[in-house]
Design a protein around this ligand. Structure first.
Ligand SMILES: Cc1cc2nc3c(=O)[nH]c(=O)nc-3n(C[C@H](O)[C@H](O)[C@H](O)COP(=O)(O)O)c2cc1C
Length: 191
C-alpha cells in the first residue's frame, strides 16, 4: 500500500512538510510506502475551465507543461492521498488550490477516479485561519467519494518560522494519531 502527500507550501521542507513527515512515520511503521511531492517553486496554473477533460476522459488535464498530470497519476496509483498546505490569508496556498481544481475536475470527468481512496488534510498555521484551510482541502476529498479518517483534533500544527511546529506537542500528537488512523483504515479497506 502507498500514501502520496503533496505539500502546497511555497517553502520547501517547512512546517507543513514536518507535519506530513510525522504522519508518514506512523504509516511507514505499519509497512505502508510513502512519497512526498513538494510544490514549492513549481509553476502550477489554475483550471482554465476548457472542459476538455470531460471530452477526452483520459485521466489527464490538457495543460501538459507543468507537474499536475504527474500529480494526478501519483494520486491514481496511491491508496491514500494527503494534501498539506500552510494557512495563507486563512486559506490554502494558490499552488494547492490549482492542484485541487485541476485534479478534482479531471477526477470528476473520469467517474470519480479517486473514489474510496483515503484522504487527509494537513495544515500549518501561525495563529488563525487553519480550520478554514482544513475545510477547503476536505471539500476535494468529500466531493470525490473519498474516505476521511479523523484524529484527536483537526489536523493542524502551530508555528511560524521553519521548524517551529516541532514545539507544538498537540499538533505533533494529532499527526501521529492521524497516521495511525490512516494505516488502520487502509488495512481494513484492503483486507
Ligand atoms: C502569504 C502568507 C500568508 C499567511 N497567512 C496566514 C494566516 O492567515 N494565518 C496564520 O496564522 N498564518 C499565516 N501565515 C503564516 C504561515 O501559515 C505559517 O508560517 C506556516 O507555518 C508556514 O508553513 P510552511 O513552513 O510549511 O510554509 C501566512 C504566511 C504567508 C507567507
Amino acid at each position: 500500500m502507498k500514501v502520496v502527500a503533496f505539500n502546497g507550501s511555497a517553502r520547501k521542507d517547512g512546517n507543513t512538510a514536518i507535519l506530513i513527515r510525522r504522519v508518514f512515520a506512523e504509516l511507514e511503521a505499519e509497512g505502508i510506502e510513502t512519497e512526498l511531492v513538494q510544490l514549492a517553486g513549481q509553476p502550477i496554473r489554475g483550471c482554465t475551465a476548457c472542459g476538455q477533460c470531460y471530452k477526452n476522459k483520459n485521466q489527464r488535464c490538457v495543460i501538459e507543461n507543468d507537474i499536475v498530470n504527474d500529480c494526478i497519476e501519483k494520486m491514481r496509483a496511491a491508496d491514500g492521498i494527503i494534501l498539506g498546505s500552510p494557512t495563507y490569508f486563512a486559506d490554502l496556498t494558490p499552488e494547492m488550490k490549482a492542484l485541487i481544481d485541476r485534479a478534482g475536475f479531471v477526477a470528476r470527468a473520469n467517474d470519480d477516479m479517486f473514489k474510496r481512496k483515503v484522504g487527509a488534510a494537513v495544515v500549518a498555521v501561525r495563529r488563525a485561519g487553519s480550520v478554514h484551510t482544513f475545510d477547503s482541502i476536505n471539500h476535494f476529498f468529500l466531493i470525490g467519494q473519498m474516505i476521511i479518517p479523523g484524529s484527536i483534533y483537526w489536523n493542524m500544527g502551530i508555528g511560524r518560522a521553519k521548524g517551529e511546529v516541532e514545539q507544538d506537542e498537540e499538533g505533533l500528537q494529532t499527526m501521529k494519531t492521524l497516521g495511525q488512523n490512516i494505516a488502520w483504515l487502509l488495512k481494513k479497506i484492503n483486507a
